[in-house]
Write a protein that binds this ligand. Structure first.
Ligand code: SF4
Length: 206
């Protein structure tokens, strides 16, 4: 079976742009699930070109949402993400969401959110904690992102809440997380909040 660069799930169409991550989240199932997600093989032999993805989109109007989310950080491929989102818009796309760890501004060394305006409707940032030390423990970022990652992810949320229709902070339901504090932080950043079940235990969540 060829790897899926797009895959339908619970009424949405997900776009798998890369397997690369700037973090190695302690709760990640990427390795234990062998890069397979609910029957879809997400192990990319190479990062797909926008033309490959656009061709694979098919009839996007039948989905509730188009979501950039695979076993990897889509914003590593910012230009490709924008090209795909633009093409999807031209085809009458449903709302477009980006699921991210929130480090795009550090990765690209600029605020990239203005570039997403008009292309992405919702940014969903997996922040998981309001505590900087716990953020590092949970996400095990690459060294280059360890010191400034937590602050950068918050700035990304704040910028998204100002520039885009919707920003959401999410947390995986893990022991030891102060959910109330994180909810308050999300509010301060202008975002809504969503607690997600652990993927390893979740029956099915979008
Ligand atoms: S960002 Fe996603 S795919 Fe990457 S390590 Fe974290 S949970 Fe896994």
């Amino acid at each position: 079976m060829p790897p899926s660069i797009v895959y339908p799930y619970l009424g949405n169409l997900y776009i798998n742009l890369t397997n690369r991550c700037p973090v190695s989240c302690s709760f990640c199932v990427k390795s234990s699930w062998k890069l397979s997600y609910r029957g879809h093989d997400l192990r990319l032999r190479r990062d797909p070109q926008p033309s490959d993805v656009i061709e694979a989109l098919g009839d996007i109007k039948k989905y509730r949402e188009l979501v950039f989310c695979g076993f990897g950080e889509s914003t590593y491929r910012l230009d490709e993400l924008k090209a795909v989102a633009r093409a999807a818009r031209e085809r009458g796309s449903p709302p477009i969401r980006l699921n991210t760890i929130g480090l795009a501004n550090l990765i690209h060394q600029r605020d990239v959110v203005p570039e997403l305006a008009g292309l992405v409707d919702t940014v969903s940032v997996s922040l998981n904690t309001a505590d900087p030390a716990q953020w590092r423990e949970l996400h095990r970022p690459l060294k280059v992102y360890a010191e400034r990652g937590f602050a950068a992810a918050q700035e990304f949320v704040k910028s998204s809440s100002r520039m885009l229709p919707r920003a959401v902070v999410t947390a995986v339901d893990l022991p030891g997380i102060d959910v109330a504090r994180l909810e308050d932080l999300a509010k301060d950043l202008g975002a809504s909040f969503r607690l997600r079940p652990r993927l390893a235990e979740a029956p099915e969540t979008a």
